[in-house]
Design a binder for this molecule. Structure first.
Ligand SMILES: Cc1cc2nc3c(=O)[nH]c(=O)nc-3n(C[C@H](O)[C@H](O)[C@H](O)COP(=O)(O)OP(=O)(O)OC[C@H]3O[C@@H](n4cnc5c(N)ncnc54)[C@H](O)[C@@H]3O)c2cc1C
Ligand SMILES: *[C@@H]1O[C@H](CO)[C@@H](O)[C@H](O)[C@H]1NC(C)=O
Ligand SMILES: *[C@@H]1O[C@H](CO)[C@@H](O)[C@H](O)[C@H]1NC(C)=O
Ligand SMILES: *[C@@H]1O[C@H](CO)[C@@H](O)[C@H](O)[C@H]1NC(C)=O
Ligand SMILES: *[C@@H]1O[C@H](CO)[C@@H](O)[C@H](O)[C@H]1NC(C)=O
Length: 530
């Protein structure tokens, strides 16, 4: 065989192989297209009160993190629980022959695509708001509200206040949905006393991954109830929640004081969360590399002693700001002021740095929304948010602070770094929420925005990674809050002793693995093309 002949032959063989591959690929593409178009037509035939949207779906491929984008096949706008159940039951019936997955989307305030699905169905939970909020105040010592899973906490606040009531446990920002925060935990400055939001729910209505509608509580379907709380959307769609209420205060005395020493700051925080009646809200944050004191506060806070406060200069040092609040009604203002004075006198903050403010309860709870409006007007709200949320055990918190604040983290001008302790006894360990094992642990929320012209997303992510690596090497033993992992091994170690149960609940309530695929814990069971 001549050399030329051999080359031609090889070329022909390659051509054959290549066309075979192309044929195979187009076969798969055809099958996929076929599969999609048959899914689309069967979905279109579903009898719904609300509707499925196939065209205008781009908004569902975005989230607050602004880093992940998966385009869904359709968005379901449910008008009733049965709409959600029909859609899920339909996909459940198709079994592993369908690749469709389902992602409930609250406000899409996830950071890494947790409320998204590629080519699946996003359920726009806010459409369920049409179900009225029902406040039950009379006839019992324990008032509650029944709210849709897609309800925003801010709406719950407004509605319950009409009855002089309000939920007990909050998040810092209220334009989040009930289903979204209950799928994580819902932590804020009230959690030291009342536990997270998942500790303040009496009952849930759930649509499981088989399309069943089930009520659950401590007494009824309790395995599902505990599983769904902190369950990252894995076991069912929360369509309704019964949330505990308490009499609402009208006013809030809101205070900030500064420390130069982390351990003094933390000691006071821990003393305050252990005390029964000092403050109603306890948080704190770190200030790194700020000169010219506290510019952003000046509008709302006044210094207790203006001349002394003006003497205090941060000089770029790392500062720790304790933030506390005391609730009151106007008629007991004097008593409250006296109590607050006494509580403050036991703390060891820098004495010239007491700042305070008096606002209504609504203004206090909706405080982050004010920043949202400001940031939006500057085009700085819809930027990438490579946030890192951690739960750090008390025993290693000092070491974590020493290694991270002012060292790995050298500037807090592009977003707050929130730090405060909570007591694990207020958390129910039957829920899916994962925390460190210790009695007291800290929430550390490093909420950096990637603002154009400042640090790039990649740099911020790299620094987050350094913080995690440092913690690993120092044996800090932290857990991620709003966790994000990509491998099975990482998820297993995140859940630790709770992993087996998590997997068992998954196979019980969502056997096909169709729910909340954006969490990337499980893959949907799909029959292979053969
Ligand atoms: C500015 C800001 C401040 C925040 N402050 C706090 C805070 O102080 N404390 C705190 O704990 N968290 C806080 N968060 C985080 C917040 O709890 C999460 O973003 C959470 O995901 C709620 O957002 P969402 O309602 O938009 O849910 P989404 O992001 O839409 O959904 C979150 C996850 O839950 C699933 N899901 C949504 N709805 C349901 C449902 N009805 N049933 C089942 N699964 C569902 C989704 O599929 C997804 O996996 C904050 C977030 C932002 C953006
Ligand atoms: C769940 O509970 C609510 C209110 O208690 C009730 O109206 C509803 O019918 C119940 N649903 C199921 C499926 O039992
Ligand atoms: C945590 O709460 C438990 C139960 O209320 C209490 O006994 C304990 O002292 C608290 N621990 C701290 C450090 O506050
Ligand atoms: C501290 O802030 C100054 C001025 O805002 C900035 O130029 C400098 O780079 C910052 N230092 C660090 C270590 O980030
Ligand atoms: C929950 O806490 C109790 C008491 O601390 C402990 O005995 C039990 O093992 C814990 N359960 C889980 C699932 O972690």
């Amino acid at each position: 065989m001549s050399y030329l002949h051999a080359r031609l032959l090889r070329k022909r063989n390659m051509l054959i192989v290549r066309s075979f591959i192309i044929l195979l690929l187009s076969c798969i593409a055809f099958k996929l297209a076929c599969c999609f178009s048959s899914s689309i037509s069967s979905l279109k035939a579903l009898p719904l009160v609300g509707h499925l949207e196939f065209e205008d779906v781009h908004h569902a491929s975005k989230d607050f993190g602004n880093r992940y984008q998966l385009l869904p096949l359709a968005v379901l706008h449910p008008k009733s629980v049965s709409d959600i159940a029909s859609a899920i039951r339909h996909i459940w019936t198709m079994g592993p022959h369908s690749q469709l997955t389902v992602a409930a989307r609250g406000r899409g305030h996830s950071l890494e695509g947790q409320a998204q699905t590629r080519h699946g169905i996003v359920i726009h939970m806010e459409s369920l708001q049409a179900q009225k909020l029902q406040v039950h105040s009379a006839g019992g010592p324990a008032p509650y509200v029944d709210a849709s899973g897609g309800e925003l906490w801010i709406n719950i606040l407004h509605e319950t206040l009409k009855y002089g009531l309000a939920p007990k446990s909050w998040t810092d920002y209220l334009h989040l949905t009930v289903g979204g925060t209950l799928s994580n935990a819902g932590i804020s400055g009230q959690a030291f006393r009342h536990g997270p939001q998942i500790s303040n729910v009496h009952q849930l209505e759930i649509v499981t991954g088989k399309g069943e509608i089930l009520n659950c509580s401590e007494r009824q379907n309790s395995d599902l109830f505990h599983g769904v709380l902190g369950g990252l959307g894995q076991f069912g769609i929360i369509t309704r929640a019964r949330i505990a209420l308490e009499p609402a205060p009208t006013m809030v005395k809101w205070m900030r004081v500064l420390y130069l020493d982390f351990s003094a700051f933390a000691r006071d925080q821990e003393r305050l969360i252990a005390a029964d009646n000092k403050f109603d809200y306890i948080e704190g944050f770190v200030i790194i590399n700020r000169t010219g004191l506290l510019n952003s506060w000046r509008l709302t806070f006044t210094p207790e002693d203006p001349s002394e406060a003006s003497q205090f200069k941060s000089d770029g040092r790392t500062l720790y700001c304790l933030e506390v609040a005391k609730y009151f009604k106007l008629d007991n203002k004097d008593i409250i002021n006296q109590e607050v004075k006494e509580s403050l006198s036991e703390l060891s903050y820098i004495s010239s740095t007491l700042f305070s403010s008096e606002v209504t309860y609504e203004e206090f709870l909706d405080r982050v929304h004010v920043s949202e409006i400001k940031l939006r007007s500057k085009g700085q709200w819809e930027v990438p948010h490579p946030w890192l949320n951690l739960l750090v055990p008390r025993s290693t918190m000092n070491e974590f602070a020493k290694g991270v604040f002012g060292n790995i983290l050298t500037d807090t001008s592009n977003g707050p770094v929130i730090v405060y302790p909570v007591n694990k006894s207020k958390w129910d360990n039957r829920t899916s929420a994962v925390t460190p094992e210790e009695e007291v642990f800290y929430l550390v929320a490093i909420l950096t925005s990637a603002v154009p012209g400042k640090e790039r997303v990649e740099e911020i992510l790299k620094r987050n990674q350094r913080i995690l690596e440092f913690s690993e090497e120092a044996g800090v033993g932290l857990k991620q809050y709003l966790p994000h992992y990509t491998t099975r091994q990482e998820w297993r170690s995140h859940f630790g002793g709770k992993w087996e149960e998590f997997v068992r609940r998954k196979s019980r309530y969502d056997p096909l693995g169709m729910l909340a695929p954006g969490q990337r814990i499980f893959d949907k069971a799909v029959a292979s093309y053969s």
